[in-house]
Design a protein around this ligand. Structure first.
Ligand SMILES: *[C@@H]1O[C@H](CO)[C@@H](O)[C@H](O)[C@H]1NC(C)=O
Ligand SMILES: *[C@@H]1O[C@H](CO)[C@@H](O)[C@H](O)[C@H]1NC(C)=O
Length: 260
């Protein structure tokens, strides 16, 4: 009996192999551009065998929607909730757009606060920020317990959990802040209108240490500091980023617990 338990324990440890951060090769070699449309229906991205666009349920409903999944990076199972890579899509959008989502899953998009809320509510969720500067250097930040409140609380950033990464803890300053857009100022009342000043919708405080829905930099802006651009200040101060991908998935710990 004891032997059996040991065997189960060992097998369990070997097959799950908890790895709490990506290694540098993994980070630098991950190619994010694969965007094949799969016909397959999946419950969620943890079932995706390859990177691509799938049909899934709109979280919490029986209605179909599309989702962009990443299977090839850092253990897979990721749902992409935001993506920036070119200067083709304006992220200066109103509240309703940020709530419902906008853009194109094949290129650049914001998945939508309501969907993000529902996904994060249904499982204990980790969130990964993949960041790249104009020279192609990548960095990342990872939080193991991401939750936001629902629409009645303006999608306030509720928890982040523990920070791990190399880019710096750029979300901490935004914890407990509601979401703001140019038509809804929810940042600290005594301050200016952060979303209007800095372009995107975000959990602005006074105002930010990360601004990933900011303006995509043009050539001029790439050369210097750009306060309204896509930035993560602990990584590059106010020098704009040119590739960002934000992804979420159920935490491994929870999966392990389920298995064990
Ligand atoms: C959802 O998508 C699946 C797979 O493509 C399809 O079989 C099903 O009929 C769709 N359901 C609805 C409600 O559209
Ligand atoms: C949500 O935002 C709206 C518009 O900015 C504001 O009027 C409302 O008081 C906020 N709700 C909460 C619960 O903070």
């Amino acid at each position: 009996m004891l032997c059996l338990w040991l065997l189960v324990l060992l097998l369990g440890i070997n097959s799950v192999e908890p790895k709490d951060r990506p290694n540098p090769n993994e980070l630098n070699n991950y190619h994010s551009n694969k965007a094949i449309q799969y016909k397959e229906f999946i419950e969620d991205c943890t079932m995706a065998k390859e990177d691509g666009i799938y049909t899934t349920y709109l979280p919490g409903t029986r209605m179909n929607t599309s989702v962009r999944c990443v299977a090839s990076f850092f253990g897979g199972g990721w749902t992409v909730i935001q993506r920036r890579r070119e200067n083709h899509l304006d992220f200066r959008r109103n509240w309703e757009s940020y709530q419902d989502g906008f853009g194109n899953l094949y290129s650049e998009f914001w998945y939508g606060l309501e969907k993000i809320y529902r996904i994060a509510m249904s499982h204990q969720t980790e969130i990964f920020f993949l960041l790249q500067n104009g020279e192609g250097t990548r960095s990342y930040a990872l939080y193991d317990r991401f939750t936001i409140f629902g629409r009645n609380n303006n999608y306030t950033l509720r928890t982040l959990g523990e920070y791990k990464g190399e880019a710096g803890n750029g979300m901490q300053y935004h914890l407990n802040m509601p979401f703001s857009t140019y038509d809804r100022k929810n940042n600290e009342p005594s301050n200016g209108h952060c979303s209007q000043l800095f372009w995107g919708g975000w959990w602005y405080n006074n105002c930010y240490t990360s601004n990933l829905n900011g303006k995509y930099p043009d050539r001029e802006e790439l050369r210097s500091r750009c306060f309204r651009c896509i930035t993560w200040t602990y990584f590059q101060q106010y020098r704009p980023l040119t590739f960002v991908q934000i992804m979420i998935r159920p935490t491994r710990n929870v999966q392990q617990r389920k298995i064990g």
